[in-house]
Ligand binder design. Structure first.
Ligand SMILES: Cc1cc2nc3c(=O)[nH]c(=O)nc-3n(C[C@H](O)[C@H](O)[C@H](O)COP(=O)(O)O)c2cc1C
Length: 321
């Protein structure tokens, strides 16, 4: 099959630095994207940037060497350009622009998906940033199909391409559809025909079978995986195997537990009291149990626990059982 990049989706509150690290350690991913960094009327200080995207300290790569793209969200082209240049000075190689976030707080200030009503403003934002970035910095964008309908889908995609984006990720839903299935994969080919830049397919790729179904309607220039990989951390590795004509690795729940314990330990390193680490563990376990039903009793066991020692003991006993 055609070799294409597999990209970890930006996911605010889920795909943070630790999660990006853990998932790229497993292989399969060619790129990760940071959670969005919101730009309003200020220019973030270098220390804020390094806190939001710690990969910048490592030549914009995760510890496993997978490139990390910095995603910006905002509507003030000038401020976004200034911030993008700071991120580049700190090491960013690729900047992605968010034209898809459906969150009301963000949309109220004309950020994210709200911009899909205004292709001219999208063009202004993309072209302003493109013109200010050093030539070697790659600029990309990610969009939904529209706000409530698809009337401006192609205009927005064209504005992104005309503005100078090198690639476009399409989450094939409108803002109003939120995460309601199905994602409208038929739009990928229509957009690709219009824009002539690489189109990265995103939305509802939860399994190898989904990937194969996608390939029947569109030959993607890349795929972006979000919730699917949180529910099955082996998904990128499995799809990569299919692309490389290799056998798919069997998923073993003991290995998933090992990853989960590693994740808990890593989260705990930046959180001496453990509240954040414990919340993150419960959050991920809740998603994993959808795919690995044998983890449900573990979730029930720890969901009301707060002591790190007790939780570690439960994890250990569960793994040994
Ligand atoms: C919890 C959560 C947070 C998200 N945060 C972002 C974000 O920061 N930037 C962005 O462009 N998209 C964000 N998204 C959208 C995802 O990147 C992706 O487009 C969407 O989940 C569809 O892909 P999937 O079906 O593979 O999950 C988020 C999605 C979820 C579920």
């Amino acid at each position: 099959m055609k070799n294409i990049p597999i990209i970890l989706a930006p996911m605010q509150g889920y795909a943070d630095f630790v999660m990006r690290q853990i998932l790229t350690e497993m292989g399969g991913f060619d790129e990760v994207v940071s959670e969005f960094v919101r730009i309003t009327h200020t220019v973030h200080s270098p220390s804020t940037w390094l806190k939001k995207v710690p990969e910048l300290k490592n030549n914009a790569k995760t510890q496993s060497g997978v490139p990390c793209t910095v995603q910006l969200l905002g509507s003030d082209a000038e401020k976004m350009a200034e911030n993008a240049c700071v991120a580049v000075r700190l090491g960013a190689k690729k900047i992605d622009l968010n034209f898809g976030c459906p969150a009301p707080t963000v949309n109220k200030h004309s950020g994210g998906a709200a911009l899909l009503a205004n292709p001219e403003l999208i063009y202004h934002i993309v072209s302003t940033i493109k013109n200010r970035l050093p030539e070697h910095t790659v600029l990309t964008a990610k969009m939904r199909l529209g706000i409530s309908d698809t009337q401006k889908t192609l205009d927005c995609a064209q504005a992104i391409a005309d503005g100078g984006a090198a690639a476009l990720t399409v989450h094939a839903r409108t803002k109003d559809e939120q995460y309601q299935p199905p994602a409208h994969w038929e739009w990928f080919a229509t957009i690709k025909q219009q824009v002539k830049i690489p189109v990265i397919a995103n939305g509802d790729i939860f399994s190898v079978d989904d990937y194969l179904r996608l390939c029947q309607v569109f030959t993607p220039d890349g795929i972006m995986l979000g919730r699917g990989v949180l529910k099955n951390p082996y998904l990128a590795v499995q799809i990569k195997s299919i692309i490389n004509n290799q056998n798919i690795q069997e998923v073993n729940v003991k290995d998933v537990l090992k990853i989960l314990r590693h994740f808990y330990q890593q989260c705990g390193q930046s959180d001496p009291h453990g509240n954040y680490a414990t919340a993150r563990l419960k959050q991920w376990l809740f998603l994993l149990q959808e795919n690995f039903s044998s983890l449900s009793p573990l979730f029930v066991c720890i969901k009301n626990k707060h002591s790190i020692d007790k939780i570690n003991k439960i994890l250990q006993d569960f793994q040994a059982a």
